[in-house]
Ligand binder design. Structure first.
Ligand code: ADP
Length: 565
């Protein structure tokens, strides 16, 4: 706009200068011509008056007078008889000149005493002004001047005039430039925030206030959009599921960290990049294309780290066509592992149940078929009783575990449970076993209350205490300590028993895992006790840790959040 105004004003200034120049020339020419005409006529009158005085003199005297006049002045002097015969001409030989009766100025002078005319001279061939006056003798005195005088005067003035015009042009262009700058400056400095502060032209005030309103509206909409974008980013960035939003050409509009991590893409800004570059998996891209074409598709895959992913592609419908697609990536590894462990658990349960049942069936068969000697029957019945007892314990533990599997913390009857008291009760229950094993059992620490299910927590402490006694030797010690640590409430069960081999340590919390197989033969157990402890801790928002040295002893620590009373 600035350039246009500048150009327009400069052209205007140049045009004004040109018009001034031309009109100055025309006016000057006209003025000079009029002056020349007046002057010619005045000279003619003077010469005529002089002639009147000497009309009586002989013709030679008159001729000398006229020659003197003709020589002293640039004007041409002609004396014409009333019949048109040229008697004298200061520029030409009068005898050679044609009859001048028909000349307009001559005709006019014959009629009214004086006459003027401007035309191209037949004698000189140039534009000439004539002034004719009739003398008292009837002859006509004519003075003439060519317009060359006027034009030559003007020609002399032209360079100066051109110079002046050029200076004016330069000045005008400079002024136009400055004026444009001053004109445009307030517009350039317009501020759309707070339009009332703009001290600009009154004429554009309505436009400004309209612009200001629109600006405020746009700002508000941008703020809202920004807010929504922030909300969307906050939600998606904290999601453990991956989410990708693409347009119809599969250009990424939004992608969260989880999606980048789960699909193994490099951590960088993927916005406006193609989904095909984001994931090189041909199946993934094929499904994405199908979703962008309006199809709802789903498939499962395993990523490079072995995580099991379920990927859902949903088209985003526009007015008449699909406008893009949303990809949701869910890591189902945990669920997959849980299903796997449930399958394994079922297998293990069947296997574990089968062993005592096979024994029971065997002994019972021997008794029923009479194969067993009457003396052995009592022993076989005891074995059947033991195996049945093992079976009951096993079924008991399996039921406890499956109850734990099914229950979610929200559904459980949580209550404040004081752990020291609970440990004391457990110690009472374990006393008999400890005495039988000749192991010294002690309790120390202070009261601490957690929120939980009493029965479950007691079961966990019991299992740890029972193991510490079971996997110990005569004269061994088991110490249960209850207390508060910066990490929460703590129950620690320490023994100086056989300890656990480092290779087994990572597995002892697995279901049905029994560390030392040969030893397990001697010590009865189901391999589910520690799995129950771990599960109980997790349900209560806590953890269980173990430290152990073979031959030296073990230390199991349960940590649980302290109840806020
Ligand atoms: P189990 O019924 O066999 O005791 P658990 O799940 O309670 O099953 O324990 C798993 C395995 O961990 C046991 O078989 C045993 O080998 C080992 N273990 C547990 N507690 C101790 C301990 N205090 N000292 C040594 N080994 C232990």
């Amino acid at each position: 706009m600035k350039r246009k105004i500048n150009l327009f004003m400069s052209l205007l200034a140049l045009a004004a200068c040109l018009v001034t120049f031309v009109s100055t020339l025309v006016v000057s020419y006209q003025t000079a011509l009029t002056r020349m005409e007046t002057e010619t006529f005045r000279q003619a009158s003077l010469v005529a008056a002089g002639l009147e005085e000497i009309l009586e003199l002989p013709a030679d005297e008159l001729r000398r007078y006229l020659e003197a006049v003709g020589n002293s002045d640039s004007s041409r002097v002609t004396l014409i008889q009333s019949d048109g015969t040229v008697l004298f001409d200061s520029s030409h030989d009068s005898s050679q000149m044609e009859n001048h009766l028909e000349r307009p100025e001559v005709q006019e002078a014959l009629n009214s005493g004086e006459g003027t005319s401007i035309r191209v001279s037949a004698t000189l061939g140039r534009q000439t002004y004539y002034a004719a006056i009739q003398l008292s003798s009837g002859e006509i005195l004519r003075l003439s001047n060519t317009t060359d005088i006027v034009t030559s005067d003007l020609q002399r003035a032209v360079p100066a005039l051109v110079l002046i015009i050029l200076v004016i042009c330069g000045l005008s262009v400079w002024l136009a430039h400055r004026l444009t700058r001053r004109l445009v400056a307030p517009i350039n400095n317009l501020q759309l925030e707070g339009t009332e502060n703009n001290n600009v032209y009154e004429e554009i005030s309505p436009l400004l206030s309209k612009l200001g309103n629109q600006h405020a509206q746009i700002e508000q909409q941008i703020d809202e959009l920004r807010q929504r974008q922030m909300e969307f980013d906050a939600i998606t960035s904290n999601m453990s599921e991956g989410i990708i939003v693409c347009d119809a050409d599969l250009q990424i509009l939004s992608v969260n960290h989880a999606a980048v991590r789960l699909l193994g893409a490099t951590q960088r800004d993927w916005k406006q990049e193609s989904l095909v570059v984001f994931s090189r998996d041909p199946k993934f891209n094929q499904q994405a294309r199908a979703a962008a074409a309006g199809e709802k598709v789903y498939y499962a895959m395993q990523n490079a780290e072995g995580a099991h992913l379920q990927i859902y592609f949903s088209p985003v419908d526009g007015e008449n066509r699909t406008r893009g697609c949303v990809v949701l990536i869910v890591d189902v590894s945990e669920r997959y592992a849980a299903e796997q462990s449930r399958r394994e658990f079922t297998g293990n349960v069947s296997h574990e149940l089968k062993t005592p049942l096979t024994s029971i069936s065997g002994y019972a068969e021997m008794i029923s078929t009479g194969l067993a000697q009457p003396d052995d029957v009592r022993g076989f019945a005891e074995k059947i009783h033991d195996e049945a007892g093992r079976l009951i314990t096993l079924v008991d533990d399996i039921m406890k575990l499956s109850r734990l599997d099914e229950s979610s913390p929200a559904e459980l009857p949580f209550e404040p449970v004081e752990l020291y008291q609970l440990a004391q009760d457990t110690v009472e229950r374990l006393k008999q076993l400890a005495e039988k094993q000749k192991v010294e059992l002690s309790l120390a620490g202070s009261a601490v209350t957690v929120r939980g299910v009493r029965q479950m927590l007691e079961e966990a402490i019991f299992n740890l205490g029972e193991n510490a006694i079971k996997y110990n030797q005569e004269g061994g010690h088991v110490r249960i300590t209850v207390g508060v640590t910066p990490e929460g409430a703590q129950v620690r069960v320490t023994d100086d028993g056989m300890g656990i081999d480092p290779n087994d340590l990572a597995h002892i919390f697995e279901r049905f895992y029994r560390a030392d197989k040969s030893h397990s033969q001697k010590v009865s157990g189901t391999g589910l006790g520690l799995a129950i402890v771990k599960h109980v801790c997790e349900i209560h928002g806590g953890v269980v840790r173990v430290e152990s040295k073979p031959g030296k002893g073990s230390e199991f620590t349960m940590r649980l959040p302290i109840a806020r009373l």
